[in-house]
Design a protein around this ligand. Sequence first.
Ligand code: NAD
Length: 219
Amino acid sequence: MVTARRIPVATVARLPLYLRALDELALERIATISSDELAGRAGVNGAQVRKDLSHLGSYGTRGVGYDVAYLVREINRQLGLSENQRVAIVGAGNLGQALARYGGFPARGFEVVAAFDTDPAKIGSRFGSTVVQPVSEMATVIADEKVSVALITVPAAAAQSAVDAAVAGGVRSILNFAPTTVSVPATVALRHVDLGIELQILSFYTRRADETVAAAGPE
Ligand code: NAD
């Protein structure tokens, strides 16, 4: 499977890892890096890095390596992060508040500019650098504030209606944290984050490791 720009999906998933490593290198004022060094910092192998970066038209210079500033620019461009993306949080509860306060988003090009909830007790309250607004205002605010991304942090039962309202406002992408599947039109990008699923997968590997130790018997 490939994206519209013909960059493989698996490469797209690794670009943020390279970007995080490259941002660190730029802070350390390192101007060029070999594919093997970048691989070590990003936690992948060197051949993979060379193949991934070739999809960006970047082949590095023999004996010199890759230009860090160029790669940062190019990966940001490919990820659509050349300009900050404006984010709305739908569901101003515990998770929504934690995300609104997370300082790592602005550094990665995402600015939380709006928050919505149905609870009258929360509407009007301060929420990070914004104020919670009623969901009835969502479509208008999303359009006026040029919000492109919605984070869905409502209970599972309310997730589809929250997604529909965000889509009606014109968001281009949805990151759904509610533990349920939701659907969006083909023109809207959708991803799902579920830490419970990550823990369940970890639990599988822990159990398998325990079984291997048990099968090996006492030393
Ligand atoms: P919470 O009860 O503290 O917050 C939910 C908020 O959504 C409340 O303020 C509620 O008033 C609001 N709400 C309800 N219906 C709404 C609607 N239609 N539109 C807008 N707002 C609405 O819950 P929480 O602990 O913040 O969890 C929020 C969601 O995130 C839950 O679905 C939870 O299961 C999920 N969650 C996911 C992860 C993850 O790893 N993905 C981790 C923690 C929680």
